[in-house]
Structures are given as structure tokens and as C-alpha cells.
Design a protein. Structure first.
Length: 533
């Protein structure tokens, strides 16, 4: 702005003094521009050197630490790896309420206005099996006895039969006499046919679709395409969604049995993750004892639902440091992996905070011997209670040693004071986990499902969570979710899968060497197979 004034003065007076000031300003401006250009050129050349100390990439900033800090990071990474814990919490987006997959072209307002063609399934002319069903005995309207009618009702169902060698499609014809009521002059279908009269595909197909959707996370479009390619049966995505909803309604009581067993466990893992329904945040909560899994959904993160589920519970609640869990009226064990992760992250963010580094070293020295005994003896209090003396010494020497000038260290000390009674509960009681890895693992399926589906309908979310809890329970118990659905059993614990036929055998070193020579003269059979491939 001042240069404009000088220019105006020079144009008015033509003074050499004003002209000199303008020229000096331009020279200095060009020199500054050349300085920036030269510096950027040097940065461009140094960018190719990944270990250049003078270059910092915005998308991948360098992690700085002192020598002692790097040593601490290595120990904390070992603790994290020991727990097999994943800290990335992905959100799942549930589909808004409606009748079709949101995100599909069929759910857009333009597509809803169009008239879709309607198809009627062509019933097969022959059936592989005929089932005789009983007729209805009493009239549902007047509660009078029905007489046998001359009219015969029949229904052909296309179903899947699962065997040890695979599955095949079959046709089942249900046949039964109708019942006649003289009072209302009506004919009534047999109960078995009335129950399936709206379905052309049997429960085998419904269980297969549910398994594909819930356990294998397949989109509905892919499921319908697989049905058409594998079984030559064409259904819509809406029909596939109805199959999943029907199976979910069948197993609502099974979820109640799972929750009762969880509440009888000596400890319960609880965790939550955020989801989105039509842009509004909702939350899914998981309750698990490592064997059984149950999910619940709320519109807010207020822990009222957790209090309701755990009312009267006398075991130990294993959770993270979310303050909402603090008011649950039972003994608690906080996840030490969350603590280690937070300290490790702050060390990277504050590499030259000597007080934080010293405090982190003290935490490392406290936890590593404890976890070594956990690995050696398991979660047995008779082997771990000896560390209570070291915990008391840590609180005396580090936590209550006086104020510190490091704000980060002060925050961690406050956390240790606040949760003193719930950080080391596993040292006092048998079989109490020291981390919430199990709760995280139960929620991980939702994070993967979010990437595939994007979102669900709100009305369908609760049904999906019922089936997901049963599927995760089967996974934790090493059982097949599909075989459980096909078994007709309503209790996962009572389900006993048939013994699997042995299809492979373990090769010893001598057998592998012989196989390797046969494949290509190598003593390593796997390498020979790789070369041949």
C-alpha cells in the first residue's frame, strides 16, 4: 500500500527520490521471491530422500523420539501385540427406514415412481417328495369342530437339502384335506400349508440367504445373483431381505437365552461403536463373556441401557475408560491396552517431554513383569497377587510423588488416581481379563459390514443385530452358523454339530521331502509345488 503512495507522488512530482524508493522495493520483493523459489527447489530435491531430516511430509509426519523414548515405544508395541488388539473403530452406517436397499438405484425417488414388472413363480410340475399333512380340527372363528372336506389343498415348496457332500435343490409337495365349517360355510387350509402358503422357497433357502448376508457379509445383489447362477432361482433383493427378517424373528428367544448366560458369567465385556441412521448418530453396544454375544442399539451414548441390562449384576465389568461405565453398580476392570495406547500416542506427540518419558518408563516397568506372569501362568490370582506390592509402590513413588510441570503427565496421573480400584482388579480375582480385546473383536464384524452395505434400514437394524449376536456366538464357540440355522435348535450351547469328515492329513518332514522330490527334486515340497504352479 505504501508503494502505491510512492508511485502517486512520483507521477505528480517526477522526483528521483520517490523513484529510487520504488525501485528498491521492487528489488527487495524480487530477492524475497528468489529466496523462496530456491528453498522450494532444495525441498523438491530432498523430498526423494526418505530419511532427510529437513523434510517433513504433511500427509505422513515423522515420528520423533529420543533414544529412551524409542525404547519405550518398542515395549509398548510389544504389549499391544501381546493383546492382539486393534484400535481402529470403524463406524457402521445403518440403512434408513424403507423397503429397499438405500444406495441402490432401486431405492431412489425416481425409481420408486416407476412401475416395476410383477412376476409370479411357476410351480414345478413334479415333486421329489410328497408330504401328507393333517387338516385343521377346529374353526378359528367359532371354535367348533370342522368336518373333513372333499377339497384337497396342496403346495409345492422349492427347498435346499444340505448333506455331507454339499447341497442340492429339491421340490416338496405338501398335500392335505381341507376342513369345512358348517357354521360359517368356509373351507380352511391345513395348518402346515397355511403357514407356508405365502412362501415358494423353503427354510433351507432362507437359512442359506441369512448365512450369506450375516456371516459372509454378502450384499443382497450378490446373493440374488448367486441364487440364480447356482440354483436357477430368481428372487428380488426385497425377498432376500424378508428371508433374513423372518429368520431373525424365529431366533429372538434364542437371544434372550444368550443374555441370561452372559449375566451369569463372572465377567462381562462391554463396548460400543457409533453408527449413523439417516445422518443421525446411533450407538451399538455389545455384551459378551467370550462365549456368548448380544447386541443392543440406542439413539444416544447415554449408558441408561447398560444400567438396565446390568441391573443386579455381581460380576466384573470389563470396559474402556468411557465415563458412562463408571456409574454401573458392579466391580470393574479397565482395559489396560487403552491406557498403553494413549501413553504411546502421547509419547509420539510429545517426544521431548522428559517427565512424560520418565513416567512412561515407570508404567512400562510396572506392566511388563505382570504380563510376563500372565503369559506364563494365565489369569490366576495366586500367581499375580504378588504384584500388588509393586502396584502400591508405583502409586506411592509416581502418582503421589507431587505435582509435575508436564500437562500430559498430570492427566495420566489423574487417570491412575481416578481408576485405582479398577485398573488392577485382575490381580485379585481369577480369570478376569486385563483388556477389552474380546469386546472389540465382537464389534469388528460391524466395521467390515459398513464397508459393504453402507447402511441398513432402521426397522431392519434390530433384527440384523439379533442374528449377528447369534453368529458371533457360534464363531466364539467354534460352531457353524449355517449348520446351527439348519439344525432347528434354538440354543447355541445345546447345538452339537455333526463330526466333520476328515479331508486332509498332516504330512511329516519325511513325507514332505518325498513329495518334494516327486514334484521337482526339491527337498521342500511347498517350494516345488510353487515352481510347478
Amino acid at each position: 500500500m505504501q508503494c502505491l503512495c510512492w508511485r502517486s507522488s512520483w507521477e505528480r512530482t517526477r522526483s528521483i527520490e520517490w523513484k529510487g524508493q520504488i525501485l528498491r522495493y521492487n528489488e527487495e520483493d524480487c530477492a524475497a521471491l528468489r529466496l523462496i523459489a530456491d528453498r522450494l527447489s532444495k525441498l523438491r530435491d530432498a523430498a526423494s530422500q526418505a530419511d532427510s531430516p529437513g523434510v517433513e511430509f504433511a500427509e505422513k509426519p515423522k515420528k520423533r523420539a529420543t533414544g529412551a523414548g524409542l525404547h519405550l515405544h518398542d515395549h509398548f508395541e510389544e504389549i499391544i501385540e501381546f493383546a492382539h488388539f486393534s484400535y481402529k473403530k470403524n463406524r457402521i452406517l445403518l440403512r434408513p427406514e424403507g423397503d429397499g436397499e438405500a444406495g441402490d438405484a432401486s431405492s431412489s425417488p425416481e425409481m420408486k415412481k416407476r412401475q416395476h414388472p410383477v412376476f409370479r413363480r411357476i410351480a414345478p410340475s413334479r415333486a421329489n417328495r410328497v408330504v401328507q399333512v393333517r387338516r385343521r380340527r377346529k374353526c378359528p372363528r367359532h371354535d367348533v369342530r370342522l368336518t373333513k372336506s372333499d377339497e384337497v389343498a396342496e403346495k409345492i415348496i422349492t427347498d435346499l437339502i444340505f448333506t455331507k457332500n454339499g447341497c442340492r435343490k429339491t421340490f416338496v409337495r405338501y398335500v392335505g384335506a381341507k376342513g369345512y365349517c358348517k357354521t360359517c360355510d368356509c373351507h380352511y387350509l391345513p395348518p402346515a400349508i397355511f403357514k407356508i402358503c405365502k412362501n415358494s422357497l423353503g427354510y433351507g433357502f432362507q437359512a442359506w440367504v441369512t448365512y450369506q448376508r450375516v456371516a459372509l457379509r454378502q450384499p443382497y445383489d450378490a446373493i440374488t445373483q448367486m441364487m440364480e447362477d447356482m440354483f436357477e432361482e430368481k428372487i428380488t433383493t426385497s425377498t432376500a431381505s424378508d428371508f433374513v427378517r423372518t429368520v431373525a424373528n424365529r431366533y429372538i428367544r434364542a437371544e434372550s437365552a444368550l443374555l441370561r448366560r452372559i449375566l451369569n458369567s463372572p465377567f462381562i465385556h462391554v463396548d460400543d461403536t457409533r453408527i449413523s441412521i439417516r445422518g443421525e448418530n446411533n450407538y451399538v453396544w455389545v455384551f459378551t463373556d467370550g462365549i456368548h454375544v448380544v447386541f443392543r442399539m440406542t439413539t444416544t451414548r447415554e449408558p441408561h441401557m447398560v444400567h438396565e441390562v446390568l441391573r443386579g449384576y455381581r460380576g466384573v465389568l470389563v470396559s474402556d475408560f468411557y465415563p458412562g461405565f463408571d456409574s454401573v453398580g458392579c466391580r470393574q476392570q479397565k482395559c489396560l491396552i487403552h491406557l498403553v495406547r494413549d501413553i504411546n500416542d502421547e509419547l509420539w506427540d510429545n517426544p521431548f517431554d522428559s517427565q512424560l518419558e520418565r513416567f512412561a518408563a515407570a508404567v512400562r516397568d510396572l506392566l511388563v513383569p505382570i504380563l510376563q506372569d500372565v503369559q506364563r501362568y494365565g489369569l490366576k490370582a495366586r500367581h499375580l497377587h504378588k504384584h500388588e506390592v509393586r502396584v502400591d509402590r508405583f502409586y506411592r513413588d509416581e502418582i503421589e510423588a507431587g505435582p509435575t510441570t508436564s500437562e500430559v503427565t498430570t492427566r495420566f496421573k489423574d487417570r491412575f488416581r481416578r481408576y485405582k480400584g479398577s485398573m488392577f482388579r485382575f490381580l485379585e480375582e481369577d480369570s478376569i481379563p486385563w483388556n477389552n480385546n474380546t469386546g472389540e473383536r465382537a464389534l469388528r464384524h460391524l466395521a467390515v459390514q459398513r464397508k459393504i452395505s453402507g447402511f441398513f434400514f432402521k426397522s431392519f437394524a434390530s433384527r440384523y443385530l439379533v442374528l449377528l449376536g447369534i453368529a458371533q456366538t457360534c464363531k466364539f464357540q467354534g460352531k457353524s452358523f449355517l449348520k446351527f440355522l439348519l439344525s432347528g435348535e434354538m440354543d447355541v450351547d445345546c447345538f452339537r454339530p455333526s463330526r466333520r469328515r476328515r479331508t486332509t492329513r498332516l504330512l511329516g518332514k519325511s513325507a514332505m521331502a518325498i513329495q518334494g522330490h516327486a514334484l521337482g527334486g526339491s527337498t521342500d515340497g511347498s517350494r516345488a509345488s510353487e515352481r510347478e504352479g
